[in-house]
Design a protein around this ligand. Structure first.
Ligand SMILES: Cc1cc2nc3c(=O)[nH]c(=O)nc-3n(C[C@H](O)[C@H](O)[C@H](O)COP(=O)(O)OP(=O)(O)OC[C@H]3O[C@@H](n4cnc5c(N)ncnc54)[C@H](O)[C@@H]3O)c2cc1C
Length: 481
């Protein structure tokens, strides 16, 4: 369809209303940057539809005019997946006004939320209904559920509840052609052909626009017991994790690894955090277990919960078995929040020090001790300077390794920065891990994925993209090369 740029703008206005279309100099700066200020964005138009039908109408317009569309959630992604290049003349479609919770169903243990709902607001809604929506990560106050599903976000308690994919029962999606696909029913079992819900999850806006999702609710634990435990090494950390799983019947909610570098960064750079120990442990674990029965929340004469004494008993076993050297158990909600503030503030603490070569990789959990040793040796060989190879969601085998050659901006040391990335990639390949555990591919890891993915799988992904988006208008230039 032959149409001028002004006519596209006018059509967008007719669909969304003048107040929800921005162009040129009127575009709010928040749509022109990303969280890391690494990928400045130059959209041609920003649109803010507030209904699935408007999303569909916009997609029909964009398909007819072959206009690129970049779905935008909370813009907390870390891989440049929402950047609009100036030469793309792309429409940024912000889903922020699609923020209704359509249903909370306690009997069926699900909620249906529109894609622009902020993840933390879903926590509150679930809580009010007496349930829990357990997808928790550092950007929960900013990220939308649409973006979390678009990137298949994980987080702090994947070890118990799984990532976004595991918590999604159904989706409503608008296709590139502007058709509405309704797969919202909360079916736990549905073997009618290909799993299109799971195909959309993690596709980073390249296959369809998620407009609503059916999300699993879980019983809200009545209490938590939380500890920071110093472990002698990663092998001990692994054994300790399995000890806790066995002793609690799988009620381990979180198991977060920190080495000395990240511990020190948090203690130094997070003003609101009190250091748990009066020294810097080489390896520490933030662990949390949840109550599983009414007995767990009964109190002793000294006021302590059964659950806390359970954790003490497990840690006593760990000390006996040489799996722990020191531990602090949170004695109050304030102490628990302090431990979590340290973990949740970790990315901010890293950034406050300066720029680093950052990564988000995963290994099979059992391979972590060896993979971490390999990373340590490889990073140390590149250049002097701080690095951290043992930080992340250990329960999921997910490490956020990072390094700063000569303790200076990696931009000033491109050779060393490239060597660190190569060391990471080689270690991931050696141990059959993944180059992207959580944050996705975006623009950061396109070349690496093309190089490392099974070639048959890569070709299949290209075929799927071509079939679902033949004009390549959905988030072009991201994920696949
Ligand atoms: C402090 C901090 C901590 C973080 N911690 C974690 C963590 O622990 N675990 C983790 O996994 N990630 C983490 N992240 C990364 C980020 O928060 C997640 O990737 C998040 O899921 C992105 O959600 P968003 O709404 O901000 O998406 P955006 O950044 O807006 O978009 C991300 C991708 O999803 C696509 N998208 C957005 N909305 C839709 C939609 N409605 N339909 C289809 N595609 C869509 C976009 O096009 C883009 O490709 C963290 C980020 C920060 C800044």
């Amino acid at each position: 369809m032959k149409i001028t740029e002004q006519e596209i703008i006018d059509e967008c206005r007719a669909i969304c209303g003048d107040a929800h279309v921005e162009t040129g100099n009127d575009i709010d700066p928040k749509y022109q940057r990303d969280w890391l200020d690494k990928y400045p964005s130059s959209p041609f138009i920003v649109v803010r539809p507030d209904s699935t039908e408007k999303v569909a109408a916009l997609m029909k317009l964009c398909t007819a005019t072959k206009t690129a569309v970049i779905p935008l959630g909370g813009n907390s992604g870390l891989t440049g997946a929402t950047q609009a290049h100036p030469d793309q003349k792309a429409v940024i479609m912000s889903l922020e006004r699609m923020n209704m919770i359509r249903d909370v169903n306690g009997d069926g243990r699900y909620m249906i939320a529109e894609s622009g709902c902020i993840v933390e607001n879903l926590h509150k809604a679930a809580d009010q209904a007496g349930w829990m929506f357990p997808l928790v990560f550092g950007a929960k106050g900013t990220a939308h559920i649409g973006g979390a599903l678009g990137t298949n976000a994980g987080g702090l308690n994947v070890v118990r509840y799984g990532n976004a994919r595991a918590l999604c029962l159904g989706l409503e999606v608008v296709t590139a052609a502007g058709d509405i696909m309704n797969l919202l029913p909360a079916l736990k079992k549905d073997n009618t052909g290909y799993d299109l819900v799971n195909l959309m999850i993690g596709s980073e806006g390249t296959l369809g626009i998620i407009t609503a999702a059916t999300l699993t609710l879980v019983p809200k634990p009545a209490a938590y017991a939380t500890a920071m435990v110093v472990v002698p090494d990663i092998k001990a950390a692994l054994k300790l994790m399995n000890l806790v799983q066995n002793q609690t019947g799988g009620r381990l909610e979180a198991y977060e690894l920190m080495d000395q570098v990240i511990y020190d960064l948090c203690v130094t750079n997070l003003d609101h955090v009190t250091a748990p120990f009066d020294y810097s442990p080489a390896f520490s674990i933030l662990m949390e277990i949840a109550a599983g029965s009414p007995d767990d929340v009964k109190t002793h004469s000294d006021g302590r919960l059964n659950l806390a004494t359970q954790l003490e008993t497990i840690l006593a076993m760990a000390f006996e078995q040489g799996l722990a050297d020191d531990a602090i158990i949170a004695n109050s909600e304030a102490q628990r929040q302090n431990l979590w503030a340290m973990r949740e503030g970790a990315l901010g603490a890293i950034q406050k020090h300066g720029n680093w070569v950052m990564s988000d990789v995963s290994f099979q959990v059992a391979d972590l001790p060896n993979a971490i040793e390999d990373l340590k040796a490889a990073f140390a060989a590149v250049a002097p300077g701080p690095f951290c190879v043992a930080f992340g969601h250990m329960g999921d085998g997910n490490l956020h390794a990072f390094a700063r050659p000569y303790d200076e901006d990696p931009k000033d040391h491109p050779t060393e920065a490239a060597a660190i990335k190569a060391a990471l990639r080689d270690t991931v390949v050696k141990w059959h891990g993944s180059i992207s555990a959580e944050h996705g591919i975006g623009q950061d890891k396109q070349a690496e994925m093309k190089q490392l993915k099974d070639p048959v799988a890569y070709a299949m992904m290209k075929s799927i993209k071509a079939a679902l988006d033949p004009d390549n208008i959905l988030n072009p230039g991201k994920v696949l090369l």
